[in-house]
Design a protein around this ligand. Structure first.
Ligand SMILES: C[S@@+](CC[C@H](N)C(=O)[O-])C[C@H]1O[C@@H](n2cnc3c(N)ncnc32)[C@H](O)[C@@H]1O
Ligand code: SF4
Length: 417
């Protein structure tokens, strides 16, 4: 599929130039004038490591984590030095299992709040075993408004396939009823071997009737670099499951607010992905500022070493061409299934149709897009194909980049052609 992704990239960026990442970078990040800036903080510790998971994570150890948080705060301090306080959209803590750092989250928040004014809420990912009364209360007290729990499945047979331990979901449901977060999201992985629609329907019903107002249904992806042993289902099997999930959720009145997510009231989204610009802190965190992309090292010791030497822990950077930045923007914005040319204009000061009029026309002709009042929406068919082809980008881009970065702390370069 490498040829397909290369040709598509050349077509939509109108250039033979690939995404050429280098190890040279600036220690100063100029974010003062960046529009729609979000924040992301990565905390890479987990009690048990799941073999299927591609994220940057290591086994939890209290001492190591405390030390990591000290450096995380140092990174925030470094990046914000010399900048005035900046208004940002949202803040998300991801991982790993960031709630394992509950005793230190206040320190991180204080540091961030000193430099940023967060206007759209604060989210955090939890493992089901983190859902305790004490943790929920403390998150609430600290000002978290959105929580996302990695359920994967409520059923033992699928948890076993994934190598995840079962959890006491009943107690979790009881606790969730006691707390009022704006968003309670639950993550599921679907298209596992022998999984049928009835299994997924049961999980969706259980989630929505036990506290969730938002669910994410991620199709299982076998990341080659992890050398896992779970087989992906075929394209047709996945499509049939996704179609049935979509129709079922729609029949219940749930709103599809992104390719893989559905919400009960259409307002309670949880998404750390569709930020136009964002600053990322911590190992493996990505930062995107107008025409700059940078990604931090995946290696915790190297992350700390670089900061100790008074340098940013950046591993690779890329200076986007204008078209590359537009493609990056469109790629992530399409996750929300909605593309508003006015937002594109606000962000780039350019007319979307002038740059991508032909693609929009073709998308409409093929039944992938619908236009209503000048706004483009992905149809269900469009969502499926987006998600299907996105997978090839995940293999060629993310698998390639994360695979390399999980082995080498500071690669000299990375060329994605
Ligand atoms: C950082 S984890 C969530 C929080 C927490 N660490 C947990 O596992 O409960 C983010 C989510 O990515 C999804 N995910 C991880 N690996 C995946 C894979 N190989 N294919 C599809 N989804 C995956 C899972 O649904 C997971 O909950
Ligand atoms: S799925 Fe969650 S708990 Fe498992 S390794 Fe990934 S981040 Fe850690």
């Amino acid at each position: 599929m490498g040829v397909f992704t290369s040709l598509t990239r050349m077509w939509i960026t109108r250039s033979f130039k690939g995404f050429d990442f280098s190890n040279t970078y600036e220690n100063y990040l100029d974010y003062d004038d960046c529009k729609k800036l979000g924040l992301y903080v990565h905390i890479p510790f987990c009690e048990d490591i799941c073999k299927f998971c591609p994220y940057c994570k290591v086994k939890y150890n209290k001492e190591k984590m405390d030390r990591y948080i000290d450096y995380l705060i140092a990174e925030i301090d470094f990046v914000t030095r010399g900048h005035k306080k900046k208004k940002v959209t949202s803040l998300y803590f991801g991982g790993g299992t960031p709630v394992l750092a509950i005793d230190r989250l206040e320190d991180v928040l204080n540091e961030l709040r000193e430099h940023f004014d967060i206007t759209e809420g604060i989210g955090i990912e939890l493992h089901p075993s983190n859902v305790t009364r004490d943790n929920l209360q403390r998150l609430k007290d600290m000002g978290f408004t959105k929580i996302s729990i990695g359920i994967q499945s409520f059923q033992d047979k699928f948890l076993n396939i994934l190598g995840r331990k079962n959890n006491d979901f009943e107690s979790m449901f009881t606790l969730l009823k006691e707390f009022d977060f704006e968003t309670i999201a639950m993550d599921f992985i679907f298209a596992l071997p022998n999984q049928g629609f009835e299994d997924l329907k049961a999980d969706i019903d259980t989630a929505f009737s036990n506290g969730a107002n938002h669910i994410a249904m991620y199709p299982f992806i076998d990341f080659g670099f992890l050398k896992g042993n779970i087989k992906e289902l075929s394209k047709n099997e996945k499509r049939s499951l996704l179609d049935r999930i979509t129709n079922y959720c729609k029949s219940k009145g749930y709103v599809r607010d992104s390719i893989w997510t559905f919400s009960k009231n259409g307002r309670s989204s949880y998404s750390s992905m569709t930020r136009e610009n964002f600053l990322g802190f911590g190992c493996s965190a990505t930062t995107v500022l107008d025409d700059i992309f940078k990604i931090n090292t995946f290696n915790i010791s190297s992350y700390q070493e670089r900061l100790g030497e008074n340098n940013l822990p950046t591993s690779l950077t890329l200076n986007f061409t204008k078209r590359q930045r537009m493609v990056y923007y469109l790629f992530w914005i399409m996750y929300s299934t909605k593309l508003d040319p006015r937002d594109f204009y606000d962000f780039f000061g350019e007319d979307l149709k002038r740059y991508y009029g032909m693609e929009l026309k073709i998308g409409k002709m093929l039944g992938f897009l619908e236009e209503k009042d000048g706004v483009y929406y992905l149809t269900d068919k469009g969502c499926f194909y987006y998600h299907h082809y996105e997978k090839y980008y995940t293999y060629d881009y993310i698998n390639n980049m994360w695979g390399k970065m999980s082995k080498v702390a500071f690669p000299e370069e990375l060329n994605i052609r």
